[in-house]
Design a protein around this ligand. Structure first.
Ligand code: CP
Length: 301
């Protein structure tokens, strides 16, 4: 692994190795030393979890970070190109973590710099580090990644986290239920990938009808920022709201995951149930991102 751009680039073995590494780091069996490393966190789009957990991950490994939040105080305002900006930052740092609104920009970044690049979200395309922390959360709650029945709910068209997660899960023989507003279904190229891999999936409207079959429900926000017409967002907002009452018949191992931020798609009365796992999931992001830095910067020995 030189870069981490898309879940499609990772083999099952590479995914499982990252899970093991995250577990060793979380339990203190491995303490990688990044005291000579400096990570660049380049965020053209807003972020709380990804930005803070990457910074936390590097600092807890003894390294340091420098952060660009938006372009307002940079020479992009003077007309400097994306490529020149990246090539410059790569002169100062050991690894680039980048989030932009443009699909394919992280791949492009990896082609113009000669230090490792991590995709922290490129538009509606991919968010592979989120998928990896999601898988780590699944292992921790279910004891396995194999043969799970998972409901994926919300904005499946623009939600980059679900694109990466579904591709990642396809190595582990899941049964998937997709519930979304009709205009926000899973993109055809992802469904084609699943068919090719013989993964069982069903597109449904009513998640309550199958909730008792699920090991996990992965809920996502409607991605307001990706709509070109605000009226289209108004039509679909609030389409799926999971509340405590809906969880009466769930399996004992059932968990609700959400990449966060949440708007209204999980009612706060779910937070105090044993099924809510989204804040622990966010915490797991630090261990997984420590594992990613360790792998890409070659400090796993
Ligand atoms: N899950 C996630 O990507 O959250 P942020 O947008 O806050 O980083």
């Amino acid at each position: 692994m030189k870069n981490l751009i898309s879940m499609r680039d990772l083999s099952k073995k590479e995914i499982l190795d990252l899970m093991k590494l995250a577990e060793k780091i979380e339990t203190g069996k491995l303490k990688p030393d990044m005291s000579d490393k400096l990570g660049a966190l380049i965020f053209y789009e807003p972020s709380t979890r990804t930005q803070f957990s990457f910074a936390t991950a590097m600092k807890r490994l003894g390294g340091q970070t420098v952060t660009m939040r938006g372009t307002g105080s940079t020479s992009v305002k003077k007309g400097e190109s994306f490529a020149d900006t990246l090539q410059t930052i790569a002169q100062y740092t050991d690894i680039i973590v980048i989030r932009t609104a443009v699909e394919g920009s992280a791949r492009y970044a990896s082609e113009v710099v000669d230090i490792p690049v991590v995709n922290a979200g490129d538009g509606a395309n991919q968010h592979p580090t989120q998928a990896l922390l999601d898988l780590y959360s699944i292992v921790k709650t279910q004891g396995t990644l194999e043969n799970l029945t998972i409901g994926v709910v919300g904005d499946l068209k623009f939600g980059r986290t679900v694109h990466s997660l579904v591709q990642a899960l396809s190595d582990f023989n899941p049964k998937l239920y997709f519930a979304s507003p009709s205009h926000l279904k899973m993109p055809p190229y992802i469904l084609d990938d699943l068919r090719e891999k013989n993964i069982e999936f069903e597109e449904i409207r009513d998640i309550e009808k199958i909730i008792d079959k699920l090991d996990l429900m992965y809920v996502t926000r409607i991605q307001k920022e990706r709509f070109t017409d605000p009226e289209d967002y108004e039509k679909v907002k609030g389409s799926y709201i999971i509340n405590k009452n809906m969880l009466k018949s769930v399996k004992s191992n059932f968990k609700v995951l959400h990449p966060l931020p949440r708007v209204d798609e999980i009612a706060t009365d779910v937070d105090d149930t044993p099924y809510a796992y989204y804040f622990q999931q966010a915490k797991n992001g630090v261990f997984m991102r420590q594992a990613i830095f360790t792998t890409l910067l070659g400090s796993a020995e």
